[in-house]
Design a protein around this ligand. Structure first.
Ligand SMILES: [Zn+2]
Length: 378
C-alpha cells in the first residue's frame, strides 16, 4: 500500500480488511468491476494512468467513499454493507407477494436483524433463510446493488466530482454519508450525487443487459441481445429496477439524506434518488437502444416492478419512512430533477475541465444520431 493511501486511511481512522478475508461476494463484485474495462476505460490511461484501487474498510457501517489522491484514485466500500444488503434482500424475498410462482417462502424469525450503523436508523427486518430460486435471486440482487454502489463511487471520480472538490477546498475524499465541503453548497453536492446516481444507473443497466455496443457519430448505441446477464431483456431490466429500488429504500434510512425534504443536506432524499434512478434507467434504455417508452407493456413492466418492491419493503418500516411511493413524492422528485438539471448545467464547464479526459454528457442534449426519430435527448 502506498504512503498516500495509508495516510488517507489513517485520516479516516479506517483499517482495511486483509485481501484473503474479504467476503467472497464483495470480492466477486470488485473483480467483476475491475475486469469490466469497457466501463472503466475512461479512467484507464487518464492522467493517473491506472484504474482505481478498491479497498474494503473493516467497519459495520453502511458507507462507501471515493478519493482522488495525487498518484491514484481509491474507492472504499465498508464491510458492513454486504451483510446489511443480504439481510434486507432475504427479508424482502421471503414475502409471498414477490414471485408467487417461485417456490416456498421460508419461516422467518422476527427482529433479529437491524442496520448496525451510526449512519442509518435502526430498523428491524425478519431473519430469513432462503433456499432454491429465491436464494439465487437474492444473491444476484445483492451483487447488483453492490455493483451499483461501486459504479456510483466510480462516477464521482470519472465525472470530475472529486477533482472539483479538491480544486475548491483541497479535500480529496468524499464519504457518502458525511458532511460536504464548506465550499460546496448543498444543492451542488446533491446535484453531484444525482449525477453519480445517473452514471451508476447507466453502468448497471449496461452490465445487466450486456448489449452489443457500437458507436454512431461519436455516441454509443446499444443493441439488446436475446439474453443478458440475468436472462431475457425484461428480466435484466427487472433486476436493474429492483436493485435501484431496494438501494433507494435502504438510503431512506440514512441520516445523511434529507429525510424531511429540507435543503441543508448532502444527499437527496432516498425516495427522490429512487425516482431519479428509474427515470435514468428508462432514459438510457430509450436513448441508447431506441426502446419505446410509450409502449404500454414496457410501461407496465416499470410500474409493476417498482410498486411490488416498494410494497414489500414498507411492510417492514414504520410510518416515519413513508409516504414514499406517493403522488406527492413524485411531484417533489420531479421538482428536484429540474433543479439538479439547472445546477448541473451551471457546473458543466467545471465538471468538463475536471472529468477524466472524457466528454461528459453535452450541456445541450441532442437526439441520438442512430435513432433521431425517437426524439429522446441525451
Ligand atoms: Zn455519492
Amino acid at each position: 500500500m502506498s504512503d498516500e493511501v495509508a495516510s488517507l486511511l489513517k485520516s479516516l481512522s479506517l483499517v482495511t480488511v486483509p485481501d484473503d478475508e474479504v467476503s467472497p461476494v464483495v470480492r466477486n463484485v470488485i473483480d467483476e468491476f475491475k475486469s469490466s474495462k469497457s466501463f472503466l476505460w475512461r479512467i484507464y490511461g487518464s492522467k493517473k494512468g491506472s484504474s482505481p484501487i478498491f479497498l474494503v474498510a473493516d467497519s459495520p457501517a453502511f458507507q462507501a467513499a471515493a478519493s482522488s489522491l495525487k498518484k491514484c484514485d481509491v474507492i472504499i466500500i465498508f464491510s458492513g454493507v454486504e451483510p446489511i444488503l443480504d439481510s434486507i434482500c432475504s427479508a424482502l424475498l421471503s414475502s409471498k407477494s414477490l414471485f408467487p410462482a417461485m417456490g416456498p417462502v421460508p419461516d422467518t424469525v422476527s427482529e433479529s436483524i437491524y442496520s448496525p450503523s451510526d449512519c442509518v436508523e435502526k430498523v428491524y427486518f425478519p431473519s430469513a433463510q432462503l433456499s432454491g430460486d429465491r436464494k439465487v435471486l437474492k444473491d444476484k440482487l445483492v451483487f447488483l446493488i453492490l455493483y451499483c454502489m461501486l459504479a456510483h463511487e466510480t462516477t464521482h471520480i470519472m465525472n470530475g466530482h472529486l477533482d472539483l472538490f479538491q480544486a475548491r477546498s483541497g479535500e480529496r475524499c468524499l464519504m457518502e454519508f458525511g458532511p460536504s465541503s464548506k465550499n460546496v453548497t448543498s444543492l451542488e453536492r446533491q446535484t453531484l450525487e444525482w449525477d453519480a446516481d445517473v452514471g451508476a444507473a447507466e453502468m448497471m443497466l449496461r452490465f445487466a443487459l450486456d448489449p452489443e455496443i457500437t458507436t454512431v457519430s461519436g455516441r454509443s448505441k446499444w443493441t439488446i441481445k436475446p439474453l443478458g446477464r440475468f436472462g431475457d431483456a425484461d428480466t435484466s431490466i427487472h433486476m436493474a429496477l429492483a436493485a435501484t429500488t431496494i438501494l433507494a429504500l435502504v438510503l431512506t434510512m440514512s441520516k445523511g439524506s434529507e429525510e424531511s425534504y429540507g435543503d441543508d443536506h448532502s444527499h437527496p432524499h432516498g425516495v427522490h434518488r429512487g425516482h431519479h434512478a428509474h427515470v435514468a434507467l428508462e432514459h438510457f434504455l430509450s436513448f441508447r437502444t431506441g426502446f419505446n417508452r410509450r409502449d404500454s407493456s414496457d410501461q407496465r413492466l416499470f410500474n409493476s416492478v417498482i410498486e411490488a418492491w416498494y410494497q414489500v419493503f414498507y411492510q417492514y418500516l414504520d410510518e416515519s419512512f413513508s409516504p414514499a411511493w406517493s403522488v406527492d413524492g413524485l411531484r417533489r422528485a420531479a421538482g428536484r430533477f429540474e433543479e439538479y438539471k439547472k445546477q448541473w448545467s451551471i457546473l458543466h464547464p467545471d465538471l468538463q475541465a475536471h472529468s477524466r479526459g472524457v466528454t461528459i454528457a453535452p450541456a445541450s442534449p441532442q437526439v441520438h444520431p442512430a435513432h433521431p426519430q425517437s426524439g429522446i435527448l441525451g
